[in-house]
Design a protein around this ligand. Sequence first.
Ligand SMILES: NC(=O)c1ccc[n+]([C@@H]2O[C@H](COP(=O)([O-])OP(=O)(O)OC[C@H]3O[C@@H](n4cnc5c(N)ncnc54)[C@H](OP(=O)(O)O)[C@@H]3O)[C@@H](O)[C@H]2O)c1
Length: 365
Amino acid sequence: MVKARKIVLVRHFEGQPRTEDFRIEEEDLPPVKDGQILAEAVYFSVDPFQKVHTAMQKVGDTFYGAQEDRSTLLLVQLSCVSAAVRWCNAEAYAQVARIVESRAPGFPVGRHVVAYWGWRDRTVADVGSGRPQPPLYVSPPRLVPHLGDLPLSLSLGVLGMPGNSAYFPLLDICKPKPGEVVAVTGAAGAVGSVVGQIARIKGCTVIGFAGSDAKVKWLKEDLGFHHAFNYKKTDVSTALKQAAPDGVDVYFDNVGGDISTAVMSNMRYRGRIVVIGAISQYNDLEQQKLVNLPFTFLAQQLRLEGCAVARYHDRWEEGISQLTKWVREGKIKYRETVTKGFENTPRAFIGMLRGENFGKAVVKL
Ligand SMILES: NC(=O)c1ccc[n+]([C@@H]2O[C@H](COP(=O)([O-])OP(=O)(O)OC[C@H]3O[C@@H](n4cnc5c(N)ncnc54)[C@H](OP(=O)(O)O)[C@@H]3O)[C@@H](O)[C@H]2O)c1
């Protein structure tokens, strides 16, 4: 009998998660049936949105085993944040896993998959139809393309969900033009660092906001951001008035809250805003308020759209292949914050929420 280890939720978080909120458990796996694979995790992703989902998980659930905990997911979909959760479920909680046994054509032993199984080190699963199926919208495992000399872990970062979360909302929704000003918050994170670099490739002036001087230095000196500011030390509105006196054309919002209100108050006529994250509010979604800016939106004729990257499922490979090309050409640089050891996964998650990561936070098993 093959055994798996999984990290389960022991209690719901009060404020920020703590390592004591998690426990490691073991379970026996069933034999592999037709259409299934057995895979061993190599890297886990730790993602901000996992914090939101946790409020709707049951104590004892794998953190967060999307395919496994179907009953929980159905409950989640009935909850107050159902729409966001439903769509984000499709691409969160990813791991890269190596296929060690296969009874599924097209999924040979030795290849790797990106799968949405939560924090568990071995999994037996259906490979499915290749498309997320309603009502759960959980993507079945995707084969990792041959990456050559690039690290496998990039399929959880710049060449995976975070990369596409930068690529599609920026290019398809905001459509930045050369010479325009693009501002991004969470700029040194997995998504934000890619957003700024794509905007630079497209000939825009790029302004990033991040939470430490070291991150600001990295954005300006290594990633080619034209301006970067530590939002913990700088007034965002004042910084924007200096860096973009005529206003911001495109705002890529990863964080929500007061920083976003300040950026939205400094938009140029016909500016475009895409909201893909609200990490500053994940502690307490009940407290979120509509930004108090309706007149600004009217006067500047702004457009704001929320976006869950799962909506681009049908164009997934297009984003990954363009990002791979840019990475190979050296036009997009990446950085990962790698925590070693299955048992240290909660620590990596907590550190990422505190802002300890540069670029994508992953766990190497
Ligand atoms: N809509 C979608 O489909 C989708 C997909 C992927 C991600 N997202 C969202 O996009 C955002 C970025 O995700 P990511 O994976 O790239 O994470 P990330 O930026 O790599 O990591 C999270 C970062 O958030 C920052 N942060 C933490 N608390 C904050 C606060 N109160 N105010 C401002 N910044 C704070 C920290 O950086 P600092 O040091 O700069 O504070 C931390 O490093 C998240 O909100 C996530 O939920 C959405």
